[in-house]
Design a binder for this molecule. Structure first.
Ligand code: FES
Length: 484
């Protein structure tokens, strides 16, 4: 009986990233069927994998947790009823597998008896051959091959995973994510950085309406929004009120930059982190009841005591309530306040988001990120978002600055250490624009299959774009944000 696993779960089982698996599929090293991997194929391709050791993936996740500031304490067990339902579903699967095995056993006994009967009717020679065949069949069945032992260990581990977290596929976008702990489907998608459409997140507006295509879901929060009878009959439900009990396929809308409404939120300043003499990072937290909806690469306005300024968000949308912005010392009133008199725990009014410098969520191509000095803020947000989505084939980050030290360089190096497909190179603006551009593209002679995201001054953007076009980049692959 063939057993198929979704690619994301295979990545977790064998301890590699999904982009590593995608590369293997492209290179013909791993066969899939409808995006699923068959158990035997998995054992063939990963014969030596240590099922108890999550290796690369563990390391990557640890770095991502640190980099994204996710709170491990929030990872809790699913609620009792959800656990009970998942166990019940697994029990049903186990029951049907067991009864199928019993049936095979009976068929085998029947076959043996038929062989014995036929042997009696034939002459001595064919009878001996049939009995020998029967004996060999028995031996074959009794000797469980090493392969079966490894398959057993893998299935056991997969079953535990399915109790702790279930897999969700979103149609028609094809995104997928896991639901862990007590997360609703909406919370789980946002944690992964998939911007499913929503509004209030409390069951009142209906903006997060979705349709269940297959699998089982369970209501975990009451809601006031009234779904019509035909919506309900058609599998309609609210992402903010339901969790998944089993692996599910849902139909849901993914929001683009223009779908996200303007929001005004009173945030609290948790920390002012000096990055350089003329630069600080503000770490703001939104209230639990009002998270900021935004996409990586967008900017917001910050205001306090009648002073305001506009800044790029440097954190990932997957970071829940945490918003990081980098403020440069300049003539904006808010910047002066940030350097001279902003207190920890101050209430800062945030309005936004704005901007279209966002990630192409459906692209699986290699990505090159180019940042010029504090153009790093939106690039940092984009890098983390792409990492969280695990969609890109490879990522190269080039950061040009004339500072002695690239602030937050340790973070960039930790990404490069953790991910095989992430490469980081700091560059000095003092080398001159021509030399910088030449260095960036030296490793990329052919850019036909690339997406480039660049943030910096006009002169840098123009030179980088022209050089990329000369190397075959499609106009659609170029995304830029001018920051002077
Ligand atoms: S987001 Fe408003 S009902 Fe779900």
């Amino acid at each position: 009986m063939a057993h198929y696993l979704p690619l994301s779960r295979v990545a977790r089982l064998v301890g590699v990233t999904r982009s590593t698996l995608q590369k293997m599929i492209q290179q013909g090293e791993l066969d899939t069927f409808d995006g699923m991997v068959e158990l035997e194929e998995l054992l063939r391709v990963f014969p030596d994998v240590q099922w108890q050791n999550e290796g690369e993936l563990d390391h990557v996740n640890a770095i991502k947790e640190r980099a994204f500031g996710k709170r491990l304490m929030e990872r809790v067990l699913p609620d009792k009823e959800v656990l009970a339902e998942r166990l019940y579903e697994l029990g049903k699967e186990f029951g049907s597998a067991k009864s199928l095995l019993q049936h095979y056993d009976q068929v085998f006994d029947w076959l043996c008896k038929q062989m014995s009967d036929v042997a009696v009717e034939l002459g001595a020679e064919p009878a001996a051959a049939i009995l020998a065949l029967k004996h060999r069949l028995r031996q074959q069945l009794n000797a469980a091959p090493e392969e079966a032992e490894r398959g057993k260990a893998l299935l056991a581990r997969e079953s535990v995973m399915r109790i702790m977290s279930v897999h969700v596929t979103v149609q028609p976008s094809g995104h997928d994510f896991f639901v862990e702990g007590n997360d609703t489907l909406l919370e789980a998608a946002l944690r992964t950085g998939i911007p499913l459409n929503y509004g209030c997140s409390t069951g009142n507006c209906g903006e997060c309406k979705a349709r269940l295509v297959s699998g089982q879901i369970k209501k975990v929060h009451p809601y006031d929004y009234v779904l019509s009878e035909s919506e309900k009959a058609n599998g309609g439900f609210l992402l903010c009120s339901y969790t998944a009990v089993t692996d599910v396929i849902i139909e849901a809308e993914v929001a683009g930059a223009t779908d996200i409404p303007q929001q005004t939120i009173q945030t609290r300043l948790r920390n002012i982190e000096p990055l350089a003499d003329d630069l600080v990072a503000l770490h703001l937290f939104t209230p639990r009841s009002q998270r900021l909806r935004f996409l990586a690469g967008q900017k917001v306005s910050l205001g306090i005591d009648g002073l305001s300024g506009e800044y790029y968000i440097a954190s990932c949308p997957c970071e829940d309530r945490h918003i990081e912005v980098h403020v440069r010392r300049d003539n904006q009133n808010f910047a002066r306040k940030a350097f001279e008199g902003l207190n920890k725990d101050a209430l800062v009014t945030l309005t936004g988001p704005e901007g279209n410098f966002v990630v192409k969520l459906d692209s699986h191509r290699p990505v090159i990120f180019l940042a010029w000095d504090d153009g790093f803020a939106p690039i940092k947000s984009l890098v983390q978002h792409v990492m969280s989505l695990e969609v890109a084939d490879s990522m190269h980050l080039y950061w040009v600055s004339d500072r002695l030290v690239h602030y937050q360089e340790n973070l960039c190096r930790s990404w490069a250490d953790a991910l095989d497909n992430f490469h980081y190179q700091p560059l000095s603006a003092k080398d001159g624009l021509a030399r910088v551009i030449e260095t960036i593209y030296a490793e990329h002679p052919d850019l036909k299959r690339c997406d480039i995201y660049a943030a910096g001054p006009a002169e840098f953007l123009e030179a980088a774009r022209k050089a990329a076009l000369d190397r075959g980049m499609s106009m659609l692959g170029w995304h830029m944000e001018r920051i002077e």
